[in-house]
Design a protein around this ligand. Structure first.
Ligand code: PMP
Length: 433
């Protein structure tokens, strides 16, 4: 059969009726209606390698997931006020993945909701309001999760519009921040101490501290050595609660670690997760201690109509089954290490390659115009992403300067696909970027 034609006028229909702030990738995007593993299939008959999807960790179109969803839908879907096995079983499985003491679960529908709830828990538990967050961060779109989001790439007005309870501190970017290298923690800890002094100066108390534990939004840059240990210590000293946003980097993607905070050798008070845990099904969770979870009771009940539904729990458990059976974390480590080594070697061939950040299948390739000044190659990065699309690779920029390739494919990525991506990138860079 001839391949199906693209739907005429579909993009215009989208622009006419789908609210504009919900941006789409690419000026003239391919119409993609199917996917399998890390591949996506467009209506013009072309296949693309999906190198940006940090949600579909088990891959697109996984038959075990559609079977599990279909089965649970035909049995029952209701809310977590009812008593059924899936909500108890899934909560236990999440608690078993977390460090000791973090054994109590809230189930919600997205990362934004998880972060929002984590902030409410910090407020309820501490009796205070002030929260320290990092510059360059993205934590979600709801009112509270947006308040602690400071990324100017996501919102150019972010730095002038945060509410007074948010205290953004210098992004501990060990590559291009004011202090560089793995041993640069003291400079960034001083910035947190400054923020604590500002809270004191208002005569107020601290509610908590939130950050990604490997800095995903700035391109997968590990935090400086010892940073979280000292920051968490000082936050606890002030009665604050520590929140690890593991929505992007946690849940096995780092390969070498299941959780990002393991890399820093710390245990947070609250973990937020979403994205990969549902493989694209709306699923998020807060994992915390019984004491912190119970503090919310002072504000009444917590209820989410679809959070923890039988279907959501079935999806969550099936994703974990697939991760175990297909050894996805190990694959993220092995294929990720291989890909990172290949990309690092590009540093010798292409002056535009400034650094390769990250680990496992969370990598960030940072492009610079000058390795001494680190001038971001923003326009070039956009051009490279457009050219990669021509060659069959979906790739997008990230970071405050939009000069970092965010490499976060499904965790089932094969070594052959990783090589295809590296080969296509080399081809583009050879063209003279
Ligand atoms: N936290 C982080 C670190 C994220 O990257 C995101 C999404 N990009 C969120 C929270 C919000 O998640 P969601 O889009 O599921 O609401």
């Amino acid at each position: 059969d001839a391949p199906p034609l693209e739907s005429d006028g579909l993009l215009e229909t989208r622009h006419a009726h789908f609210a504009k702030p919900q941006k789409n990738y690419y000026k003239t995007p391919p119409q993609i209606e199917r996917g399998f593993g890390a591949q996506m299939y467009a209506m013009d008959g072309r296949t693309y390698l999906d190198m940006v999807n940090n949600v579909a960790i088990a891959g697109h179109g996984h038959p075990r997931l559609s079977a599990a969803v279909g089965r649970q839908w035909s049995l029952l879907n209701t809310n977590s006020r009812f008593h059924y096995a899936a909500v108890a079983d899934f909560s236990k499985r999440l608690a078993d993945l977390a460090p000791e003491g973090l054994d109590t679960i809230f189930l919600v529908n997205s990362g934004s909701e998880a972060v929002d709830l984590a902030l409410r828990l910090a407020w309820a538990h501490s009796g205070a309001r002030n929260v320290i967050s990092l510059l360059e961060a993205y934590h979600g779109w709801t009112v509270a999760s947006d308040a602690v989001s400071t990324s100017i790439a996501d919102n150019p007005l972010a730095l002038t519009t945060r509410p007074a309870w948010v205290h953004p501190v210098t992004s501990p970017n060990t590559y291009r921040g004011p202090f560089r290298g793995a041993d640069s923690a003291p400079g960034y800890i001083a910035a947190v101490e400054e923020a604590l002094k500002n809270v004191d100066a208002k005569g107020e108390k601290l509610a908590g501290f939130i950050c990604e534990t490997v800095y995903g939004n700035s391109g997968g840059i590990p935090l400086p050595k010892g940073y979280l240990k000292e920051v968490y210590r000082q936050v606890h000293e002030r009665g604050g609660v520590t929140i690890a946003d593991e929505v992007q980097v946690g849940y096995g993607r780092l390969g070498h670690y299941f959780w990002g905070f393991e890399e820093q050798g710390v245990t947070p008070d609250i973990i937020t997760i979403a994205k990969g845990m549902g493989n694209g099904h709306p699923l998020g969770a807060v994992i915390t201690s019984r004491a912190i979870a119970d503090s919310l009771e002072r504000e009444g009940y917590f209820f989410s109509s679809a959070g923890g539904s039988p279907v959501s729990c079935a999806v969550g458990m099936t994703v974990l089954d697939i991760m175990r059976d297909e050894k996805l974390q190990e694959n993220a480590r092995d294929v990720g290490d291989h890909l990172k080594a290949r990309l690092e070697a590009f540093g010798q061939r292409f002056p535009i390659v400034g650094a390769v950040h990250g680990m496992g299948l969370y990598l960030g390739l940072e492009f610079v115009r000058d390795r001494a000044t680190l001038e971001p190659a923003t326009i070039e990065t956009a051009g490279i992403c457009d050219r990669l699309l021509d060659l069959g690779v979906i790739m997008q920029p990230t970071g405050d300067h939009l000069n970092v390739l965010k490499i976060k494919p499904p965790l089932c990525l094969t070594k052959e696909s990783a090589d295809f991506f590296a080969d296509m990138l080399a081809k583009v860079l050879d063209e003279g970027w």
